[in-house]
Design a protein around this ligand. Sequence first.
Ligand code: G3P
Ligand code: CA
Length: 268
Amino acid sequence: SSKTTSLLSPNRILNIAHRGASAYAPEHTLLSYQIGEELAADYIEIDLQMTKDNILVAMHDGDVSRTTDHEGTVKNMLLEEVKVLDAGSWFNEQYPDLAEPAFRSIEIPTLEEIFQEFGTEANYYIETKTPEQYPNMVEELVATLQEYHLTGEGVEEGKVIIQSFSAESLLEVHQLDPSIPLVQLIHYSGKAQISNKELKELKRYAVGLGVNHTTLTKDYVKKVRNAGLLLHPFTVNDTEDMVRLLDWGVTGMFTDYPDRLEEVLEER
Ligand code: G3P
Ligand code: CA
C-alpha cells in the first residue's frame, strides 16, 4: 500500500491520526496534529463542536471539563471564552512522563486555524459530533471547506473525508456537496453484524464504514469489503490488533499511535 496509491483506493491503507497523535500530545491541539503529520499519518482526524457564536472548534466532548481547566459546554460558550481555556495541562498532569512545557495553556483550535496551519497539503478526516444539537454545523463545515480550497474542482479525491455516527448529518453533507466522500460510523455493543440490506442502504451515500474494532470479526470485514465499502476500525493502538485487522482486510484505521501503524505497514 504505497503512498502514491490514491487515498480512496481499496488498496491503500489509511493511517488516521486519531484526535492527532493523541498518545503523544493533548488531543485536538495543533501540536497533536503536527506530531501526527510528522509520524507519517495520512489524515488528521478532527471532532467538531460549535460555540454559541457558531464557530466550529476541534473538541471531542461537548463538555470542556475532561480536556481543559474549566467546566461548561462548548455550545453555551462564546469563542472568546473557549479560547482562554487551557487544553493541555490536563495531559501533563495525567502523563507526567510525556509532559511538555509547550502543552501548558495550549488553545483549543478553531477549524479555520487548523486549515490555516496545515493548508491544502494535509488530509482531513472530520467528524460532525452530535450534529442534532447544532442545526447549522454541516452548512458551516461545507462552506469552510470550500473557502479553504479543500473541496471542489481540482482537489485530490479524499483530501477531506466526513464521518459521523449520524446518517442524517452525512446525508445533509451529501445534499450540499455530493463530491465529499462520507464514512458512516457505527458503534456495536455486541459482535459486529450487518445485513445486505443495510450495506445496500449505506452504499447510497457512504464510501466506507468506521467501526469500533473490538467487536469486529473476520467475516464482518469480508462482508463489508465485498460490498465495495472501505472499512476503518477505531481506535486501534496495539500492534497485534493492527496486524490482525490488516490480515482481515481493513483499509485503514484510526490510531493514537500513527508511528506504530506506519511501522507495521512498512514491514508488510
Ligand atoms: O471517529 C472515529 C472515532 O474517533 C470515533 O470515536 O469517540 O473517538 O470520536 P471517538
Ligand atoms: Ca472521532
